[in-house]
Design a protein around this ligand. Structure first.
Ligand SMILES: NC(=O)c1ccc[n+]([C@@H]2O[C@H](COP(=O)([O-])OP(=O)(O)OC[C@H]3O[C@@H](n4cnc5c(N)ncnc54)[C@H](O)[C@@H]3O)[C@@H](O)[C@H]2O)c1
Length: 339
């Protein structure tokens, strides 16, 4: 009954590994370490370095560890990079996922959870966004994820024993409250991470992209979910599948949002640091408001958020940034940069 966590040395996958261990589950991690860190994987969890598209490697892991479920986090996640190099994103996110899904089905895996994204909706006509709204991604990143959802959908029809849940995350933030993991990638682009880096002095300032959106203060509104709550949503989805639930897709967010300026105010308030903020032009493809309709994840899987509190999310993110500063002085700095 082992769970294979792909991308388990990354930000969300490492929190998932902790949540599974905390729930008493057996875990094995597969990660190519392109953006991940071995030290984010608990010492007693086997870490296999390799690519999710390496079908003989994945087959060996499934057999050796008696894997019965796969949670697939591995992938490339930077939207502007996907615009610059779409074919890399289609290979790493779509083609390699195809190989993983094929191996999973060949090895008799029945339960599969996929990290999808709100980017599959593109620029929605209204919010909150529900799962049945049009899927019109505006970046190769979003398309690479939607194509994987389509492969899962079609494969599940052709192979009735294979069931999946695609979880479409909105903005993931925060860190493990026990500080066992957190967002550690130096070039991460998440707003709360960047603002926390400004508060801890890792950055000189932060930029706000556009102050003329049709929102209360003119800046974009996003739905921020605590990474530990997101891991709990996966546990609920896994329980659902293991109890015989049907394949589906579900949004992961709290159902309400905060503007960029509200987030910056929260980081300043919680940290007590008044860092510089510069206004920059809008970025292409940034919708004004992205908020999750979350009835499905709550009602179908029984997910109940426990950390939907902005000050806690920000406090945990700030605590992790400070922890990284200590780690930088304690450890060989090279271990804090991906291989
Ligand atoms: N962070 C967010 O806000 C967010 C939002 C929506 C969706 N997602 C999705 O969640 C998943 C995890 O995101 P994250 O923020 O933890 O990113 P991350 O970069 O921290 O983690 C991804 C991990 O996957 C590994 N990896 C990449 N390609 C691989 C491959 N081909 N084979 C094996 N390992 C590979 C990396 O080394 C890394 O450890 C991604 O699939 C991402 O698209 C993230």
């Amino acid at each position: 009954m082992t769970v294979l966590v792909t991308g388990g040395a990354g930000y969300i996958g490492s929190h998932m590994t902790l949540a599974l261990k905390d729930a008493g589950r057996s875990v094995v991690v597969l990660d190519d370490l392109s953006c991940g860190f071995p030290w984010l994987v608990p010492d007693d969890v086997p870490l296999v370095r390799g690519d999710v598209g390496d079908q003989s490697l994945v087959r060996d892991i499934i057999r050796k560890h008696e894997v019965t479920a796969i949670l697939h986090f591995a992938g490339s996640i930077v939207v502007p990079d996907s615009v610059r190099d779409p074919l890399f994103y289609y290979r790493n996110n779509t083609v390699q996922s195809r190989g993983l899904i094929e191996t999973a089905i060949a090895e008799g895996i029945r339960n599969f959870i996929f990290s999808s994204t709100a980017a599959v909706y593109g620029e929605p006509e209204r919010t909150p966004i529900t799962e049945d709204m049009p899927h019109q991604p505006i970046s190769p990143y979003g398309t690479s994820k939607l194509m994987t959802e389509w492969m899962l959908r079609d494969a599940a029809v052709a192979h009735p024993d294979f069931n999946y849940v695609a979880l479409r995350y909105f903005n993931v933030a925060g860190a493990d409250p026990q500080l066992r993991s957190g967002q550690s990638f130096p070039r991460a682009t998440h707003l709360i991470k960047i603002a926390s880096q400004a508060a801890t002095g890792e950055r000189s300032h932060i930029e706000v992209y556009g102050t003329d959106y049709p929102t209360s203060d003119g800046t974009c509104i996003r739905d921020y979910i605590h990474v530990s709550d997101l891991a709990q949503a996966h546990l609920c989805a896994l329980n659902y599948l293991e109890a015989g639930g049907q394949s589906t897709a579900a949004n992961c967010g709290y159902g309400y949002g905060y503007s960029v300026l509200e987030i910056i105010d929260a980081v300043k308030r919680v940290s007590g640091v008044d860092f510089p903020v510069k206004v920059a032009p809008r970025r292409a493809g940034d919708p004004a408001i992205l908020v999750a309709g979350n009835e499905r994840v709550r009602n179908l899987f029984g997910f109940v958020p426990k950390r939907d509190d902005l000050d806690q999310i920000v406090g945990d993110a700030l605590a992790w940034e400070r922890r990284l500063q200590v780690l930088r002085t304690e450890q060989d700095a090279k271990t804090l940069v991906p291989a």
